[in-house]
Design a protein around this ligand. Structure first.
Ligand SMILES: Nc1nc2c(c(=O)[nH]1)N[C@H]1C(S)=C(S)[C@@H](COP(=O)(O)O)O[C@H]1N2
Ligand SMILES: [Mo]
Length: 334
């Protein structure tokens, strides 16, 4: 695996080797060689309190190699991996932040098929393996800004969505791209009832204008922190659109459809006066119930964790995407 020195520096900043060493020393001092085999549950719980929150029991993730790391000028420290794995929004598995990591581990992600269809010359059903074999993975270090005014910095692995769309050859009618998450109430408890699923009419759907979908920043992600995605992050394949609020970054997708008209989207259907189709991160346009001027960076730690940081227009990616919206009133098209 090729990693840039920058990437390694960032990684070591967030998970210092000394912490691992310290844990090993304590475990050794207690005469515990292997946690799990020899340690009673009560002691394990005590140890994880002592060490901070224990790592979640996440379904196994395979290492992935990638060709390059792009960060688009973002130099903020990465959010620790355990935070990315335990602070989630994935309403198919419950509406609390810890629900997805607790409820999604059984999600069957292999085999998985993603179909690309609609206004295209070459519709195709891809397997995840097929996608991994066909395109080089890149690491993209992106900010993720949730509409709820918290944020993270995530080292995603993926391919530009443009690669898949180019292969499909959109015809002249194609103006928008519609995305759909798996619909499987047997596996996704949130889809069984309006009460547990946050009132959403499933499957979760999202959309982009074709030029937004073709922008180099728009990523189809298959992994993070050097490994395949965990179920709670949208395994095996999800969208990541870093200049838009997080709800646009639809998880566990099974269908991409090129269409002529602006497609319906889940959060707009739920409350169109609060959540628009474009949903570009914009500190100047408040949500009706809270300000979007600042955000809380998850895992930034310690006593300063209550401190808020300013939110940037287009989440800091204006150089790459502001031109897409020339002549549009972004207060009207929120
Ligand atoms: N299918 C689906 N995709 C989804 C969501 C969801 O509930 N269901 N939540 C969205 C929201 S609001 C956010 S902020 C991001 C969170 O991604 P993460 O949990 O990987 O950080 O996923 C988005 N994609
Ligand atoms: Mo979100």
């Amino acid at each position: 695996m090729k990693k840039s020195p920058q990437w390694q520096l960032q990684r070591s900043e967030v998970t210092p080797e000394s912490v691992f060493q310290q844990r090993r020393n304590i475990i050794k001092a207690l005469g515990l060689s292997a946690i799990g085999a020899s340690v009673p549950m009560g002691v394990q719980a005590g140890l994880s309190d002592w060490f901070g929150k224990s790592a979640p029991a996440t379904a196994p993730r395979q290492p992935l190699s990638f060709s390059q790391t792009l960060r688009y000028g973002i130099t903020d420290p990465l959010t620790p991996e355990d935070k990315i794995l335990t602070h989630n929004n994935f309403y198919e598995f419950g509406t609390a932040k810890t629900d997805p990591s607790e409820n999604a581990q059984g999600l069957i992600t292999d085999p998985w098929q993603l179909s690309i269809e609609g206004e295209v010359e070459n519709p195709k059903v891809w397997s995840v393996a097929n996608i991994l074999d066909s395109f080089p993975l890149e690491e993209r270090i992106y900010r993720l800004r949730c509409v709820e005014a918290w944020s993270m910095v995530v080292p995603w692995l993926g391919i530009p969505l443009a690669r898949l769309i180019e292969q499909a050859k959109p015809n002249s009618k194609a103006k928008y791209v519609a995305f759909e998450t798996l619909y499987d109430p047997e596996q996704m408890p949130g889809q069984r009832s309006r009460f547990t699923g946050g009132g959403i009419n499933y499957p979760y759907v999202e959309g982009l204008r074709l030029d937004e979908a073709m922008n180099d920043l728009t990523l189809i992600s298959l992994g993070l922190y050097g490994k395949t995605l965990a179920p709670q992050n949208g395994a095996p394949i999800r969208l990541v659109v870093p200049w838009k609020y997080g709800f646009k970054s639809i998880k566990s997708i099974v269908k991409i459809r090129l269409v002529e008209k602006m497609p319906p989207t889940t959060w707009t259907q739920l409350a169109d006066h609060e959540y628009g189709f474009f949903a570009n991160v914009n500190p100047a346009v408040s949500h009706p119930r809270w300000s979007q001027a600042t955000e809380r960076r998850i895992g930034s730690g310690g006593l300063l964790s209550a401190k808020r940081i300013p939110t940037e227009p287009f989440n800091g990616y204006g150089d790459q995407v502001a031109s897409l919206y020339q002549g549009m009133d972004l207060r009207q098209w929120y």
